[in-house]
Design a protein around this ligand. Structure first.
Ligand SMILES: O=C(O)CCC(=O)C(=O)O
Ligand SMILES: [Fe+2]
Length: 382
């Protein structure tokens, strides 16, 4: 799919990528809201988007902050559009990911992530975890940290060759996309607009990263043994996760009623979900969304599913204690419901979850809940 087009001018080849066709099957799609980020800088635009975002996470709630219905009734997923990156620029990231995973395993292993010690930047090899007795996971991952001196590390030549473009892409996501979403969340909570921005500064150490990810196709027999579940229902570790449009239907969100619904590959969109840190910081007001990855439908069963994602996490030193906010106060979310989280930092939380994820002798299908750190646990869903 990725082809290399030589240009006369550039020394590094320009990569192109053709996204695969969508499935022809009518699946049970999630009903998700779409936020048009081009409104952000228009008069009253931020406030309008903040209301839409609140609706996206609480659809039946009354729209004023004073009458929000809880618990939240939406799965905590939404789309954003007009985020300031062309489809071509996004596709070039897919092409880089594809070329990267086409490298020989021996080459990729030179950049292996120190997963066992909670480090995840770099390469996660295929089949590292046992998902069922005798069946290994089917993902390959390459995580690129923020481009700051403290997190500098070596990369394969394909990354170095496109480093400037990758860095610009990641910086744009951080500054112009995530930055806007963090302002909207502050507005929802009636906090100063820069409240969350100050906990997510680019030049500070944090576990934010750009990710290329490849799910290798499975045989019908493997899918049957797995009950079609490739990655069990889980929450993400940080603040927000951004998934660039992915035509292979496999990501499912869990509705508050406990039903699984597919995320539709909405054109020109990024799918965004809320993650653990926001749940901790808001004392459970914002919910870390539950999602899983299943075997794609029949007409996409032969495709290796490639993804480009961006994970947003608070600065390492941010203590994940409940924050003060007029909205949380009004709604009675002031008293920490879970004292066990007190003292855990964002950096510790991520490291502990990553290390647990690759712990030996741990078969994921049999796991429903596990203690992570500071008495806090993570849950997994069938
Ligand atoms: O590949 C996807 O669509 C979702 C991946 C995911 O949930 C994760 O990596 O945490
Ligand atoms: Fe996830």
């Amino acid at each position: 799919m990725a082809t290399i087009v030589e240009t006369s001018r550039a020394e590094t080849p320009v990569l192109t990528y053709n996204q695969v066709p969508e499935t022809q099957f009518e699946l049970l799609w999630a009903d998700l809201a779409t936020l048009d980020l081009s409104l952000f800088d228009t008069p009253g635009g931020k406030e309008k988007l903040a209301k839409q975002l609140l609706q996206a996470i609480d659809k039946i709630g009354n729209l004023t902050n004073h009458h929000i219905t809880f618990p939240l009734t939406q799965p905590g997923f939404f789309y954003i559009t007009n985020f300031g990156l062309s489809q071509e620029a996004v596709d070039r990231q897919f092409a880089i990911g594809k070329e990267l995973f086409n490298l020989p395993t021996s080459e990729k292993l030179k950049y292996r992530a120190d997963l066992e010690n909670g480090g995840y930047n770099g390469y996660k090899p295929l089949g590292l975890r046992e998902v069922r007795p005798g069946i290994q996971d089917n993902t390959e991952i390459y995580n690129i940290p923020k481009f700051i001196p403290e997190l500098e590390r070596s990369h394969p030549a394909i990354i170095n060759a496109h480093r400037e473009e990758i860095e610009q892409f990641a910086r744009h996501i951080n500054d112009d996309v995530v930055g806007k979403l963090l302002v909207l969340l502050a507005i929802i909570l009636e906090l100063p607009e820069n409240f969350f921005l100050e906990k997510h500064r680019y030049d500070q150490k944090s576990d934010c990263h750009l990710r290329y990810m490849k799910y290798h196709k499975r045989t019908a027999q493997q899918n049957e043994t797995l009950g079609n579940v490739w990655v069990k229902g889980h929450t993400d570790f940080g603040s927000l996760t951004l998934l660039f449009r992915q035509p292979v239907a496999a990501l499912q969100v869990r509705t508050p009623e406990g039903q699984w619904r597919y995320v539709k590959p909405y054109p020109g969109s990024i799918t965004v979900n809320l993650a653990d840190s926001l749940e901790f910081l808001t004392n459970g007001f914002l919910k870390s969304s539950i999602h899983r990855v299943v075997a794609p439908p029949q007409d996409q069963a032969e495709i290796d599913r490639l993804g480009v994602l961006y994970f947003v996490r608070p600065e390492d030193s941010i203590v994940l204690n409940p924050i003060q906010s007029p909205v949380l106060e009004k709604l009675g979310y002031t008293k920490s419901k879970d004292e066990s989280a007190v003292g855990v930092t964002a950096g510790e939380w991520v490291k502990a979850r990553v290390a647990k994820g690759v712990a030996k002798g741990r078969v994921r299908s049999e796991l429903n809940e596990e203690t992570i750190v500071g008495g806090k646990s993570a849950k997994y869903y069938d």
